[in-house]
Design a protein around this ligand. Structure first.
Ligand code: NAD
Length: 492
């Protein structure tokens, strides 16, 4: 069995309590690793180490170009180790092997991008409405950043935070999900090899209440970058607010995928499937509400059912598999409970609607791809995040109706629009309240563009040049070039 320890101040250490927790493969149920169970004392050690590294260590005196060079080396190491890291992550969260290796290579791209950006953060000289002064604005790092991540795309969502945070000159303490710590510890092992000084990247594994909460509350943490559910996100936001810490919160979604009758319907079917059944529906950006124009509703649903029925469901290690297991037992139970809720609310199940059992489904943590029609937008199945392969189909009449339904939800993470009419595509993209809008595609992401939520889907953005600003603060410097202070008792 594999053993994973905490990384604090460049050392692999056991937790102060000496306790461990186990990690299980979702498909087989096989316990494959034990991981150090951190606590508040370990958080204290890690934050102190990160704070020292920020204020005193070689990291603090490095130039941005030197930081970029180290991050570039780290990106190369991630690329070289992508297969291995992907396989480790796959064991933890049961994702398709075909998806995780690509995701691990994508992590390297995030580090390359922010390595390049490190020495391109520029301040400016402000034209002042006062004589005899020059004003400079420069951007400084914040200090210790806490990065707290979920289980669905553990290393990617860690990279989304750590790459810009380090490029900006901060230090980090990472708290991975208790279900998926291993790939993050494998990544952390590469940091030393890349030349990051001890204490710049620390990892404390463990549970939300035991590690996450004391980390967020720690006085020396300057910023919390959190991805997870809106319930935990709200708690994190409240605790961080007590000390006026900065936050980025990447939370849940209930994203509309809107299909007009003039769309390329074959492509729209593929986009619908990628949106809700890709990654077994366990993605924040899942297109879980399918808004279908009345005129194509029945034919589209019939074709969708026929296509989804062909899905190859089973062992995620088989490269032919298209839908894998649910990552955790609590999540499996949550999905099934939402299926019951939808049925009780009067939604009509036209595909799936049950757990799958049989030898091809391993230990039995599979939910059949499920489609509900006759869904009304006020129903819980249309309003609450399921985080599983469950699609709610809602009818609309015209553009106004589609936009009204799309926006009638507390979340605002993403949306899809399918139409051949460019005017309509742009109009809907403007009117939909979402941080990302895909026109004639769904679930595309890149390091090069900002990602994040409107409304209850979060605060701040990850990705693109916007993200590095989330880890910097402006400082305004006044320089007197011609002394002119006539009266020292009034503002100059
Ligand atoms: P979760 O909220 O249960 O946990 C996320 C992380 O927060 C874990 O590391 C957990 O241990 C920690 N945590 C829990 N309670 C905490 C507390 N009180 N203080 C500090 N840390 C705490 O979420 P999950 O089940 O791991 O992940 C699924 C959720 O993540 C979904 O809601 C999904 O939409 C969201 N998500 C969002 C995005 C995005 O970019 N918007 C991406 C992926 C996942």
């Amino acid at each position: 069995m594999q053993e994973y320890r905490l990384l604090i101040d460049g050392q692999w250490v056991e937790s102060t309590s000496g306790q461990w927790f186990e990690s299980e493969e979702p498909f087989s149920g096989h316990v494959w690793a034990r991981v150090a169970r951190g606590n508040a004392e370990d958080v204290e050690r890690a934050v102190e180490a990160a704070h020292r590294a920020f204020t005193e260590g070689p990291w603090a005196s490095m130039t941005a170009t030197e930081r970029g060079a180290i991050l570039r080396k780290l990106a190369g190491l991630i690329e070289e180790n992508a297969e291995k890291i992907g396989r480790v992550e796959q064991r933890d969260n049961g994702k398709l092997i075909t998806e995780v290796a690509g995701q691990a290579r994508g992590v390297a791209q995030w580090f390359y991008y922010y390595a390049g950006l490190a020495d391109k953060v520029m301040g400016h000289v402000v034209p002042m409405p006062k004589p005899g002064v020059v004003n400079l604005v420069k951007y400084e790092p914040l200090g210790v950043v806490a990065a707290i991540t979920p289980w669905n795309s553990p290393l990617s969502l860690t990279a989304w935070k750590v790459a810009p945070a380090l490029a900006a000159g901060n230090t980090v303490v990472i708290k991975p999900s208790e279900f998926t710590s291993a790939s993050i510890l494998e990544f952390a092992g590469l940091c030393d090899e890349a030349g990051l000084p001890p204490g710049v990247v620390n990892v404390v594994t463990g549970f939300g209440a035991e590690v996450g909460a004391p980390l967020v509350a720690h006085k020396k943490v300057a910023k919390v970058a959190f991805t997870g559910g809106d319930v935990a996100g709200q708690k994190v936001n409240e605790i961080a607010a007590a000390d006026f810490k900065k936050v980025t919160l990447e939370l849940g979604g209930k994203s509309p995928n809107i299909i007009f009758d003039d769309a390329n319907l074959d492509q729209a079917i593929k986009g619908t499937i990628a949106g809700i059944f890709g990654a077994t529906g366990q993605t924040c950006m899942a297109g879980s509400r399918l808004l279908l124009q009345d005129t194509i509703h029945d034919a589209f649903v019939a074709q969708l059912i026929e296509t989804v029925k062909q899905a190859r469901i089973g062992d995620p290690l088989n490269p032919e598999t298209q839908i894998g297991p649910v990552a955790t037992r609590p999540q499996f139970e949550k999905i099934l409970s939402y299926i019951d809720i939808a049925k009780a609310e009067g939604a009509r199940c036209v595909l799936g609607g049950e757990a799958l059992t049989g030898p091809q489904y391993g230990q039995g943590q599979f939910v059949a791809p499920t489609i509900f029609v006759d869904v009304k937008n006020h129903m819980r199945i249309a309003q609450e995040e399921v985080f599983g392969p469950v699609l709610s189909v809602i009818r609309f009449t015209d553009e106004d109706d589609a936009v009204r339904i799309a926006n009638d939800v507390e979340f605002g993470l993403a949306a899809g629009v399918w139409t051949r009419d460019l005017d309509r595509a742009m109009s809907v993209a403007d009117r939909v309240q979402a941080g990302t809008v895909w026109v004639n595609n769904y679930r595309a992401t890149s390091f090069a563009t900002p990602f994040g939520g409107f409304k209850r889907s979060g605060i701040g953005r990850e990705g693109g040049t916007e993200a590095i600003k989330e880890y910097l603060q402006p400082k305004s410097i006044w320089i007197t070039t011609k002394p002119n202070r006539a009266n020292p008792f009034v503002l100059g």
